[in-house]
Design a binder for this molecule. Sequence first.
Ligand SMILES: [Zn+2]
Length: 52
Amino acid sequence: MKLQILECKKCKTFTLEKECSSCNSKTENPKPAKYSETDKLSKYRNLARKNS
Ligand SMILES: [Zn+2]
């Protein structure tokens, strides 16, 4: 089982729970999927540059 760090947008705190323990609102993944995808793409771009 993988532990996922989640963020309560209301309290701006990080937790491993799916619900915030202080305000009971749903927590969210602090890093949107898009972010890591562009990160990967820039890595590939750098590799391509090195190879050419
Ligand atoms: Zn909260």
